[in-house]
Design a protein around this ligand. Structure first.
Ligand code: ASP
Length: 578
């Protein structure tokens, strides 16, 4: 037997017992003729003590036998802090090179070196906690969905393109020269085919692949909790999955989320928060003030489609310098605003603004009333095309919320965003795109517009599509689907996909809908993001055992990498890269 206990197990009640432990040497230090060793495994750390220095180094793997004794100086911060093990025998199971960084709660290693030695970084407690949380959540999901009658069914990875709006990763087929598989951006078409096949409650915790430029919360391969149900309406889907989220919050974090969850229409979210994933932990809502400020001779406002404002609490004493800095901040390409107008509602009730020349204090007071600004608040105003300006105000709102400490990761404010438009017009390519994906159905009451050829009609069509949003992050989304071949063909037509192209790419699903497809709908959650937010973090990397870096590289195994000429030939590939 390698060990009688783990390194996180022993307590004062075990004093006097003879035990055997095995683990890694986190630290060894000499003190007054004694050697103290912190022995670590994934359950915790136990202090070992001996009069003879056993000569072990950091990260050596050892087995020790000894007696559990009460410590002289106890450490209340450690669960095992009341005891130590008096070494009687040390058995070195494996030596270790000195690790390139300290493997402790907080490491001294930079991100790159820790990524190269990911297996060492993974020994650290914060990462072990992150992966333990991920495991816990996966178990909760399976338990909940199983109890609800869902079946976990695997779908293939070597498939054909699924249009989720990103670039595909492709895999050449040796057996079919010149042809390629695409890795799934999601199992969307397969889960719909499973509904046609009668498996009316499906789920899968599944890897998806999207070849996108990476940001902190994106990975080229990521995990979805993918789900689909038949004979359901939007209400059934929302109830089922807010139940799942409720169970996850309760059982993994001990947190109660509201029952039922708040819902907000996409239009309200855009109008009030300038985002389809509003952070509702704080107010600072956007208000349209065009009616109040237009027609006063201020040409910037007079010529704008939309003028909106937010009231930032307690910031009326912002200095010139701070205001200039924020103005520059909103002008960066990431935000793209032309400028920033401010109105200070001073503590004494007086008003000072950057547009005093054009407006009387009474008029500015009207703006303050409209946006709910009180004495001591600072109002920011932006103008331009409606949705664009709202989005910019939304970005500024999030920034100010962050600066004011209103975005506490331990506070959870989940909600559903519903009633998304079905289609999105793109001025550049002069065509419609599916707001969610092309398998989303129009609301039955909007079908008349869906079959119209007028752009204004098509723009009005809404879908029974929904997103689950938490703290300003979209954690999941889905929709009630099209289950009728003609409607699916119409959708491809609206999206400007030719009959031939639709047939080539999606013939299989249009065809399946001709063989008795049930009404169905579903959704998918981004599991990595769920884990990160539950863990109170913004980046998903710590919640993935072996993530890629910003260039999509795994620097530990050095991938991607070149393949040799023989393999290229076998796959009928030629590289143009020198
Ligand atoms: N396949 C969708 C996605 O990946 C989710 C869904 O509609 O179920 O976003």
């Amino acid at each position: 037997m390698y060990r009688t206990h783990t390194c996180g197990q022993l307590r004062i009640s075990d004093a006097g017992q003879k035990v055997t432990l095995a683990g890694w040497v986190q630290k060894a230090r000499k003190l007054g003729g004694m050697t103290f060793i912190d022995l670590r495994d994934r359950y915790g750390i136990t202090q070992l003590v001996t009069e003879e220095d056993p000569g072990v180094g950091r990260e050596w793997v050892i087995q020790v036998t000894g007696e559990v004794v009460e410590r002289q100086s106890k450490n209340s911060k450690m669960p095992t802090g009341d005891i130590e093990v008096k070494i009687e025998k040390v058995n070195v199971l494996n030596k270790a090179q000195t690790p390139p960084f300290t493997i402790e709660e907080v490491s001294d290693g930079g991100e790159d070196i820790r990524a190269k030695y990911r297996y060492l970084d993974l020994r650290r407690a914060p990462l072990q906690r992150a992966l333990a949380l991920r495991h816990r959540l996966a178990q909760e999901i399976r338990t909940y969905l199983d109890a609800q009658g869902f079946m976990e069914i695997e779908t293939p990875y070597l498939i054909k393109s699924t249009p989720e709006g990103a670039r595909d990763f492709v895999v050449p087929s040796r057996m079919n020269p010149g042809e390629f598989y695409a890795l799934p951006q999601s199992p969307q078409t397969f889960k719909q085919l499973l509904m046609v096949a009668g498996y009316d409650r499906y789920f899968q915790i599944v890897r998806c692949f999207r070849d996108e430029d990476l940001r902190a919360d994106r990975q080229p391969e990521f995990t979805q909790i993918d789900c689909e149900m038949s004979f359901v309406e939007q209400e059934d889907v929302l109830n089922t999955f807010e139940g799942m989220m409720r169970a996850m919050f309760k059982n993994a974090l001990g947190v109660d989320i509201p029952n039922p969850l708040p819902r907000m229409s996409w239009y309200d979210a855009m109008d009030s928060y300038g985002s389809d994933k509003p952070d509702v932990r704080f107010g600072m809502k956007i208000h349209e003030i065009g009616d109040i400020v237009k027609g006063n001779g201020f040409s910037v406002f007079d010529g704008s489609e939309y003028i909106g404002a937010i009231a930032v609490p307690g910031c009326s004493e912002y200095t010139r310098k701070q205001l200039d800095e924020l103005t520059e901040w909103v002008k960066r390409p990431q935000v793209g605003a032309k400028g920033l107008v401010y109105i200070k509602v001073n503590a004494d009730g007086s008003i000072k603004s950057s547009i005093d020349k054009f407006y009387t204090p009474e008029q500015l007071q009207k703006v303050a009333d409209c946006v709910g600004a009180k004495s001591g608040d600072l109002i920011f105003v932006m103008c331009g095309p409606k949705r664009k300006t709202q989005t910019q105000l939304g970005v500024l709102r999030i920034e100010m919320g962050g600066r004011l400490g209103l975005r506490d990761p331990k506070v959870f404010a989940p909600l559903w965003i519903v009633d998304f438009p079905l289609l999105e017009w793109d001025d550049e390519t002069r065509r419609f795109y599916a707001m969610h994906h092309p398998f989303t159905a129009p609301k039955p009451e909007h079908e008349k517009w869906f079959y119209s050829d007028r752009k204004e009609d098509l723009e009005r069509v809404c879908a029974n599509a929904y997103d689950f949003v938490l703290n300003g992050t979209e954690l999941g989304g889905g929709s009630i689907r099209i289950h009728n071949a003609d409607m699916q063909s119409r959708m491809f037509e609206v999206l400007g996909i030719s009959k031939e192209d639709a047939e080539y790419k999606f013939g299989f699903i249009i065809n399946a809908f001709k063989f008795g497809a049930p009404p169905h709908g579903g959704l998918a959650f981004g599991f990595d993001r769920v884990c990160a937010l539950f863990g109170g973090q913004e980046t998903i990397r710590d919640y993935i055992a072996f993530p890629k870096n910003n260039q999509g590289r795994d620097v530990m195994i050095e991938s991607p990498s070149r393949i040799d000429k023989e393999q290229m030939d076998e796959l009928f590939l030629q590289s143009t890269v020198k």
